[in-house]
Design a protein around this ligand. Structure first.
Ligand code: GH3
Ligand code: MG
Ligand code: MG
Ligand code: MG
Length: 300
């Protein structure tokens, strides 16, 4: 059900417009004689269309529009302003303040319906586009196999977190996680089983982190975890707990239970450090040490 707010200081006018609006499909019209009340209601309910009488004693249409457009959620909501034929200046002013269309008094019912329909279609298209954008954003930032942040999104988060960390002098740690002997898992059990391991590993990491942390898949069987507000000591405790959890996890292959491990390279961001590559390289070097010294462990 689409919502239309009708704002007119003269109640019979408002009710007349409401009567016309009833002829629109799938629409609920709410009337207001007090523009302040109307603004509050709109901010709360986000209508799909506003029909606004220009001349009102408390505030004129231009002021209403200025205040209306200040709400982020109401910025794109279509507004049809209603003016008397002699109020030329009022119409210019309202259009400049962001009115999308207008009607002349006395309002013709068919014209109102036609203009309202146009505006409602515009609004429907806006909502479709917003949803499509939302879906695109998810696609562009998510790794499809694991649902984790993809490499690009993880790097964006790292950059954001880096500037925040440096501004407030807060600790930040980064862990690089790489599956051990993963080639052997694929070679022995097939790529599909390998994918299942990556998916389980991803959900284990996601479960283990806090809300402010970010887990990303950098590529292949390599992941990274961003740990804001965490020094390397705290991050090491976290990594040990994660390693334990991963060690205890199993993949049911019917004929047997498959176990797997990971190695982790850990580093803390230094004061004044701003380059993501340098930090990731340092985590990578620590990861190499973890691999060389026997795997299934964390190195700093
Ligand atoms: P190490 O313990 O030294 O890390 O050994 P490793 O075998 O894990 O290392 P290597 O880098 O040699 O092999 C990584 C393997 O990960 C090779 C590749 O087939 C596999 N792999 C990368 N991406 C995927 C994926 O999306 N799915 C599956 N199933 N396997 C993948
Ligand atoms: Mg009026
Ligand atoms: Mg590996
Ligand atoms: Mg690797």
């Amino acid at each position: 059900m689409k919502k239309i707010a009708i704002v007119d200081d003269v109640l019979p006018n408002a009710l007349l417009l409401k009567g016309y609006a009833k002829r629109l499909d799938d629409v609920e019209a709410v009337t207001f004689t007090d523009p302040v009340e109307a603004l509050e209601w709109c901010a709360e309910n986000v209508p799909d269309l506003v029909m606004l009488d220009y001349l009102m004693p408390e505030m004129d249409g231009t002021e209403f529009l200025n205040r209306f457009r200040e709400f982020e959620t109401l910025r794109d909501i279509p507004v049809v302003v209603i003016t008397a034929a002699e109020q030329k200046e009022a119409l210019y002013s309202a259009l400049q303040a962001g009115a999308n269309d207008f009607l002349r008094k006395p309002v013709d019912d068919l014209e109102l319906i036609a203009r309202a329909n146009n505006m409602l279609q515009l609004r429907a298209r806006q909502l479709e586009l917003a949803e499509a954008n939302e879906r695109l954003l998810v696609l562009a930032t998510t790794d499809s196999l694991t649902g984790l942040a993809n490499r690009r999104h993880f790097l964006d988060k790292l950059r954001d977190e880096l500037s925040r960390t440096q501004r407030y002098g807060r600790p930040l740690s980064v862990a690089m996680v790489d599956a051990d002997h993963f080639k052997a898992v694929n070679d022995t059990y097939g790529h599909e089983v390998g994918d299942r391991v990556l998916q389980q590993l991803s959900s284990l990491m996601s479960q283990e982190v806090r809300d402010v942390d970010c887990v990303g898949r950098l590529g292949g069987e390599e992941f990274a975890i961003l740990l804001p507000e965490t020094s390397v000591e705290g991050a090491k405790v976290f990594c040990e707990r994660l390693l334990k959890k991963i060690r205890a996890a199993e993949i049911d292959l019917d004929e047997k239970l498959l176990h797997y491990t990971v190695s982790i390279g850990l580093t803390e961001v230094c004061k004044g450090e701003t380059k993501p590559d340098v930090i990731l390289n340092r985590a990578d070097e620590a990861l190499y040490v973890a691999k060389e010294s026997g795997r299934d462990r964390v190195a700093i």
